[in-house]
Design a binder for this molecule. Sequence first.
Ligand SMILES: Cc1cc2nc3c(=O)[nH]c(=O)nc-3n(C[C@H](O)[C@H](O)[C@H](O)COP(=O)(O)OP(=O)(O)OC[C@H]3O[C@@H](n4cnc5c(N)ncnc54)[C@H](O)[C@@H]3O)c2cc1C
Ligand code: SF4
Length: 326
Amino acid sequence: MHPFSYTRASDTREALDAGRRGGRYIAGGTTLVDLMRETVERPEALVDISGLPLDEVTVTEGGGLRVGALVTMSEAAAHPQVRTLFPVVSQALELSASAQLRNMATIGGNIMQRTRCTYFRDVTADCNKREPGSGCAALHGHNRAHAILGTSEACVATHPSDVAVAFAALEASVRLLGPDGERRVSFADFLLRPGSTPQREQGLRKGELITAVDIPAQPRPLRSGYLKVRDRQSYEFALTSAAVALHIRGGVIREAKVAAGGVGTVPWKLPAVERRLVGERPSAALWPAAAEHASEGARPLRHNRFKIELLKRTVERQLRVVGGTQ
Ligand SMILES: Cc1cc2nc3c(=O)[nH]c(=O)nc-3n(C[C@H](O)[C@H](O)[C@H](O)COP(=O)(O)OP(=O)(O)OC[C@H]3O[C@@H](n4cnc5c(N)ncnc54)[C@H](O)[C@@H]3O)c2cc1C
Ligand code: SF4
């Protein structure tokens, strides 16, 4: 581990000042410390933000939710309003990591977590994300767990967060506070596809602090849920996953929000699937017909072609679970 300084911010102003001077925020520390131990990350100054008052879940106008950046994954998953209004969010959290990790890890840290690509975490391997311009060992290496959507010649790594998939489906936005004030960025613009600059993963400006994630109000009634498919049933990242929310009124699907995880370089919204569902009556035939669109644009690698079919089946199954067949 490289030497670093550590300060604990007593208020938001102090945190932002330290952030502006190049300090790296640390919240639960469950992933940043690992990366520092492996020397993948080498921050010179850590700014502990865990004492800041960003730890509340509040209901916003019309029945949306604001989840503070320092709410832990366990608190968010168990929160009565999250469970009632957006089961898809609590399910995605409960299927993440382990109970011990969820007790420490925060919502802000979760959406900021870096890829689990093994080459990224192996400092002897070529990796454009870790060392821009060095190449991508995964392109011709072992790429079973890698992305099939949103990839580039420079990087094919997946975004590992589960709850980010639920946030993407629900069209959430991220609240940011920086030296120039506060702003809100849609989730779709917050996490960046690799393109030719895979080292840039989030649309954050220097020193900006995530203060909360806003989930907008949705038409009611809303049914929602999250399905995660993985190599073992616990303590494992997704091979594929699906976050689904459906507003069904008068026997017709009026709105559909669908996104997939484990397959994209960012949580992958599925607008073609959503379009196929809206205006239709739930039926056993509708789910596979809609899910067929899930892998549009997919570019499989040598070892992950199986994800195309697995993704369609994951989406189909979760549409059936959430929508029923009525
Ligand atoms: C063994 C293991 C298994 C896991 N499995 C899963 C899984 O199945 N699904 C899943 O989704 N996740 C999984 N995770 C990841 C886990 O959810 C993250 O480690 C955790 O959410 C990170 O939160 P943290 O508060 O500890 O972040 P930290 O480690 O403190 O920080 C992570 C990053 O976020 C930045 N950061 C933190 N808070 C802010 C903020 N408010 N503003 C700006 N930047 C900020 C930090 O600078 C750092 O870059 C796993 C982790 C481990 C170690
Ligand atoms: S896929 Fe991305 S993170 Fe993995 S080795 Fe290639 S450049 Fe690095």
